[in-house]
Design a protein around this ligand. Structure first.
Ligand code: SF4
Length: 734
């Protein structure tokens, strides 16, 4: 266990002053200083002791020293208001460590802690299983009621006013699923939460999106339902909670909102704990993205039409409104023309790619990284200005009620936003810290058509978080970043460098599991290199997997780094699997992961092929998973535009993109893939690497050194570790 509990570079006082004086959303300190750190540590020891308070509530509770040490490290970061980076190996019980520490601190010092996860399953586990137990422990300590709330986005809740408006509209026009809408109206005062699952019937998505909460269409305190609004009630519950559970996506959308509008979804808070923290850079990056698509124009005019139908016709004279139709035609056509021109210039197959503008396949889209500004058509800029002026003129008309004014202000903001995004992306604003690229979303076999511009997206994303997160987050509130995979080469310099977190305490504790005894590792040392052109590696995979599966009779997960390769191998392997009675399940891009996993659990001899999301967040304990095959070292795709831009940026800064970015990222992802195998202390199994670069290349050995020590062996050793459904027992010593 490695523990560094002193701040790096900056004294404690300087950091505290920065948080307390400049943090705009700090809660008022109502609880005084609270217990000192020694007392908190004594409380933690009493809770985590073998016969302690947790043992009263958890059957067969086992004390783990690493869990207590992690809880103490988190408590120190809460109490001293310092940032903490913590890697806690699988099985330590990190969620109880941070929930208990955060609850003790929040209850005794009247603080608010946000706990953010990347995945819904972890969020559900915290709220449904762990927190009721933690609340019981806090009650045993006579610390009072622990209040915790799951924060969900607006679109999860029914908007009573929108539902009423839909039912009124149904008197004049046909409305789909009217019977369900009427039933919702009858039940609206009987349910507590008001989210979709709280209603006893299935609500079709087509209907839900018309009646769910929508910031653009909320009348706020002018709404007749404001006092009984589900969203307002949820916000009130959040504002009295000690712990707010959310996900990274919602956390960053709140942060973006605070940055733009000064306030967000969450009430004031004092500390943020990110679990699954290895994902925050990606989530951050997508939430700070800027984008231009034709569908944004369509959405703007859909909103205008909706307001037109509901009240604009009654307020403005026909002459004023008549200006809108030709304006809409102009905006639509010119926007389509602009995107079409960009798309044809970049993606027309006949045109040879310029240097630095190669097309790359990236999932369902083709992409081109832009290396110089595009030309924003002057006509379009003028037309968008005209649209803004149109809304300004409407706003100057006095005869409007407050909700209507707010609605117009939102339309104006949308129009300004569209012009701002166009200017930002076309002009490559944001400096070298941003990646700008174009995407062509193309369906299989699709040809260029007159509507080509509809399939083009122009995107800009920050290349790394350094330019934004230190100022918007780390300077305002202390954070704890925790994950089973956060460190590379034994420290946090990679992740802290990417995020711009320069001062932090560090804590690393390995998993308590006995990998040496329970895991066999086999490496295909003679496999052809996967990056050599030709089909040799794919042929090797097809034959090599047959050899692995002959030895691994139980459920086997095969992880790929590319959907294309996964489907090519699946197609060739399927007849063999069928002949051997091995059900082959293959992930589809965008397919439902949980459904496939349920199917896999029902197939004792199942073989599951997965890419991307299957590398992490999958919990298949015991014989639900006995063998993991990692086909290739999971390097990021260097032709993906954001990755390309990051590599270029490191090179421009004088660094080595491969050593400083590609390898550390591969270390973290390999740890994630490997971590799928052993989920409980009693689990046992084999991991097979089909990439000889792991032993033949210097970076391969660096990647391997990030994994816990295991027994190395050959394919023939696998049956001693993998119990097939027809096998009676397993040799415990291998
Ligand atoms: S306050 Fe807004 S979200 Fe709530 S019911 Fe009224 S319009 Fe809907």
């Amino acid at each position: 266990m490695k523990q560094l509990m002193s701040p790096v570079g900056v004294g404690e006082k300087a950091v505290r002053r920065m948080f307390r004086e400049e943090a705009p959303w700090d809660t008022e300190d109502m609880g005084g200083a609270g217990p000192d750190l020694d007392l908190y540590e004594q409380q933690l020891e009493a809770i985590f002791a073998p016969d302690g308070l947790l043992a009263r509530h958890i059957a067969n509770y086992e004390q783990r020293d690493q869990q207590l040490q992690l809880a103490k490290a988190i408590m120190a970061s809460l109490k001293r208001e310092r940032h903490l980076l913590a890697e806690a190996g699988t099985g330590i019980g990190k969620s109880f460590a941070y929930l208990i520490a955060a609850s003790l601190w929040a209850l005794q010092e009247n603080k608010v802690v946000i706990i953010s996860t990347n995945t819904i399953p972890l969020q559900s586990q915290l709220v449904e299983k762990d927190l009721p137990l933690v609340a019981a422990v806090m009650a045993d300590l006579n610390l009072g009621e622990l209040r915790y709330e799951l924060a969900k986005g607006r679109a999860n809740y029914l908007c009573k006013r929108r539902l009423e408006a839909l039912l009124l509209r149904a008197q004049q026009e046909e409305v789909a699923h009217l019977d369900v809408a009427r039933r919702l109206w009858e039940l609206k005062d009987e349910v507590r939460e008001g989210d979709r699952p709280s209603f006893p019937m299935a609500v079709p998505s087509e209907l839900w999106q018309l009646i769910a909460g929508d910031a653009e269409d909320c009348h706020g305190s002018d709404s007749p339902y404001f006092d009984h609004c589900f969203i307002q009630q949820a916000r009130r519950r959040l504002s009295s909670a000690h712990l707010i559970i959310t996900n990274h996506a919602m956390f960053f959308s709140d942060l973006v909102m605070r940055r733009r509008e000064g306030s967000g979804i969450f009430p004031s808070y004092d500390h943020v704990i990110f679990d699954e923290a290895h994902r925050i850079e990606d989530v951050f990056s997508s939430f700070f993205a800027r984008q231009v698509t034709f569908s944004q124009v369509e959405m703007l005019f859909r909103m205008i039409r909706q307001k037109w139908q509901t009240w604009m016709e009654d307020v403005f004279d026909a002459e004023t409104l008549a200006q809108l139709n030709p304006l809409e035609q102009k905006v639509r056509q010119q926007m389509l023309d602009a995107l079409d021109a960009v798309g044809r210039d970049l993606f027309m197959p006949a045109k040879p790619p310029e240097e630095g503008r190669e097309m790359a396949e990236d999932g369902p889209a083709w992409t081109v990284l832009l290396n110089k500004p595009l030309t924003m058509p002057a006509r379009l800029e003028e037309t968008l200005t005209e649209l803004e002026q149109f809304f300004r003129r409407l706003l100057e008309t006095k005869a409007q009620e407050e909700p209507q004014r707010r609605g117009l202000e939102r339309l104006l903001q949308r129009a300004e936003g569209l012009k701002g995004e166009m200017g930002f992306i076309f002009g490559e604003e944001g400096g070298g810290g941003w990646a700008h690229w174009a995407e062509w979303h193309v369906a299989a076999g699709e040809q260029l058509t007159d509507l080509f511009g509809q399939h083009i997206a122009l995107v800009a994303q920050p290349i790394n978080a350094r330019a934004i997160l230190p100022e918007t987050l780390f300077a305002k509130v202390p954070v704890t970043l925790v994950s089973a995979t956060l460190a590379t080469d034994g420290d946090f310099s990679f992740i802290s460098g990417r995020l711009g977190l320069d001062q932090y305490d560090a804590f690393i504790a390995p998993s308590p599991f006995d990998y040496q005894k329970n895991v066999l590792m086999v490496i295909s040392e003679h496999a052809p290199f996967p990056n050599v052109p030709g089909q040799a590696y794919e042929r090797f995979l097809v034959h090599g997997l047959q050899r692995v599966l002959r030895q691994s009779a139980g459920r086997t997960l095969v992880l790929f780094t590319s959907y294309k390769q996964m489907h090519a191998v699946a197609e060739k392997l399927a007849p063999w699997c069928a002949s051997q009675g091995r059900p082959l399940l293959v992930q589809e891009a965008g397919g439902e992961r949980e459904r496939l996993l349920d199917q896999f659990r029902r197939e004792p001899k199942g073989v599951l092929f997965g890419a991307e999301s299957f590398w992490e967040g999958i919990d298949l304990p015991g014989d639900e998973l006995q063998c993991v095959v990692i086909t290739k070292i999971p390097f990021a795709n260097p032709s993906q535009p954001l990755t390309r831009a990051r590599l270029d940026w490191i090179e421009r800064s004088g660094g080595n993109p491969f050593d400083e970015y590609m390898v550390p990222l591969a270390i973290l992802k390999t740890k994630q893939g490997f971590g799928r195998l052993i989920r409980r202390a009693t689990d046992r199994g084999a991991v097979v690497f089909m990439d000889s670069r792991l032993v033949k290349k210097r970076y391969g050995r660096r990647i391997l050194s990030g994994l816990p020590p295991v027994r190395m062996g050959k394919l023939q050793d696998i049956p001693a570790y993998v119990k097939g459904p027809d096998t009676d027992g397993v040799d415990a010593e291998g």
